[in-house]
Design a binder for this molecule. Structure first.
Ligand code: GLN
Length: 204
């Protein structure tokens, strides 16, 4: 199976951790919740889940994750930020607040869909995932929007308001919650990124 032999960490400070772990396991990879920076040793990839970015940012700071996450990114380990996780990974956030990890070359607008549209679901086309012509049911919850992308950033999905999924090298970014619909294609895509950059160089 695609995920065999791959370990994906999920930052387990706050937010939708369990759902990501279940998706990882159903792709055949090993999923581990990460509560301390030392837990990052040996992961092949890391997911920063959705939740509340100000809260996650404070906990990232408090538990000493800021430098650990930056060094993970600098080592080329794939990191996937979903929703609040995207906000933490973005280098620029409009109306900036608190601690951010600042790795991916995008600008993000928080709560970009407005207060009256708290959450919604929409079928979107995601380029590059398996069976890409089949729509992906995306769940948006007080979602951010990617409003600017750096030169090397690939846009993977848009809605009428703007970009909702992108990839900047080994950083994957989604404004929605791919762990909530039972469609594993985006998790498989990320596990594949992790497999390809596996430090051991072993084809699994
Ligand atoms: N709007 C939230 C924030 O700014 C993110 C929401 C989410 O992760 N579902 O942190």
């Amino acid at each position: 199976m695609a995920g065999n032999g791959i370990t994906i960490g999920v930052l387990a400070l706050q937010g939708a951790v369990r759902e990501h772990l279940e998706m990882i396991e159903s792709c055949g990879a090993r999923g581990i919740g990460i509560k301390r920076p030392s837990g990052l040793n040996g992961v092949n990839g890391l997911i920063i889940p959705g939740g509340e970015s100000t809260t996650i940012g404070k906990l990232v700071d408090k538990y000493g994750f800021t430098d650990a996450l930056r060094s993970l990114g600098a080592q080329g380990v794939p990191i996937f930020g979903t929703c609040a996780g995207l906000i933490l990974l973005a280098r620029r956030v409009k109306g900036r607040h608190g601690t951010l990890v600042e790795l991916a070359d995008v600008t993000v607008n928080r709560n970009a869909f407005g207060r009256q549209v708290d959450s919604f679901e929409q079928d979107i086309e995601v380029l590059g995932i398996e069976d890409e012509d089949r729509p992906f049911r995306a769940v948006f919850i007080r979602a951010p929007l990617i409003v600017e992308t750096g030169e090397l950033v690939e846009v993977m999905a848009r809605v009428s308001q703007g970009v909702v999924m992108a990839r900047d090298g080994h950083f994957l970014l989604a404004a929605f919650h791919p762990e909530l619909t039972g469609d594993v294609r985006i998790h498989r895509y990320f596990i594949d990124m992790a497999r390809k950059t596996d430090k051991s160089g072993v084809e699994v």
